[in-house]
Design a protein. Structure first.
Lengths: 142, 109
């Protein structure tokens, strides 16, 4: 057995079924609160994670409910890192676009939210599947 | 998510309670689109929404555009803090008619 971890790490393996989204949301908000974010930031982080999962369900698995999503939430010395792995269709990077601010078109909102809330976002595809990583740094209030 | 409807004069008031996400937004969308042809105004109460994601916001934008095509009014009232935050993040507040209370929303018709 390895030593006690210094930071919290939570892993989920879930089907690509929207009925599990509330379960994940129910875990992310308290995790963000434990790291030190206030209620408003916890809601925003929860929303960003939910949007990333929604993108996997809609785009990678094309709304199939039997795909596997592996999720890892890792607290770090200065914040939080979220990793999602899936085996669905690779993302079309040319179509991953945030919407124009204030416009009245419904598309691209989820990607906009993720980029607005998280400090860094990356997408990679390999023979192991698609990997989405988002990080957010906790800024100490003076 | 729970949805209920009631008519106040020529206004159909839609009340939504709970979470609007990828799993529940199809029912949310269907209810709003079904309400549009039956009233001059559809007023959506967002006070009891605990959570709304981009699919819910996209639905609101679609319903607004459909209401404009049909010459109907689509107004929102009672935004909960969770809803207000998503509206801020997505910068959509300016495209909707938003009121604090039902009385104010219905007074516009």
């Amino acid at each position: 057995m390895t030593g006690t971890p210094r930071y919290l790490q939570v892993s989920f393996a879930l089907p690509s079924d929207p009925r599990y989204l509330p379960v994940v949301r129910g875990a992310i908000a308290p995790l963000a609160a434990a790291i030190g974010w206030d209620e408003c930031d916890c809601r925003a982080i929860t929303l960003a994670v939910d949007e990333a999962l929604t993108n996997v369900i809609r785009h990678a698995y094309q709304n199939r409910r039997d795909g596997l999503i592996e999720m890892e939430c890792r607290e770090s010395s200065d914040g939080l890192e979220i990793t999602l792995l899936d085996n669905g269709a690779p993302p079309d990077k040319s179509s991953i676009c945030a919407r124009e601010l204030g416009c009245d078109q419904p598309g691209g909102l989820g990607t906009h939210i993720i980029r607005e809330v998280m400090d860094s976002v990356s997408y990679e595809t390999s023979d192991k599947g698609n990997r989405f990583v988002a990080r957010k740094t906790l800024r100490k209030k003076p | 998510m729970k949805i209920s409807l009631r008519d106040v004069g020529s206004v159909r008031v839609v009340e939504v309670e709970g979470d609007v996400d990828l799993g529940t937004s199809p029912a949310f969308r269907r209810t709003l689109f079904e309400a549009l042809p039956h009233a001059a105004t559809v007023a959506l109460n967002l006070q009891a929404i605990r959570y709304i994601d981009s699919s819910g916001i996209a639905t609101l934008i679609e319903v607004l555009k459909a209401s404009q095509r049909l010459n109907k009014e689509f107004v929102l009232f009672g935004l909960s803090p969770a809803v207000e935050q998503v509206f801020r993040l997505t910068h959509v507040s300016r495209i909707f008619k938003i009121f604090q209370t039902e009385q104010e929303a219905l007074g516009t018709t």
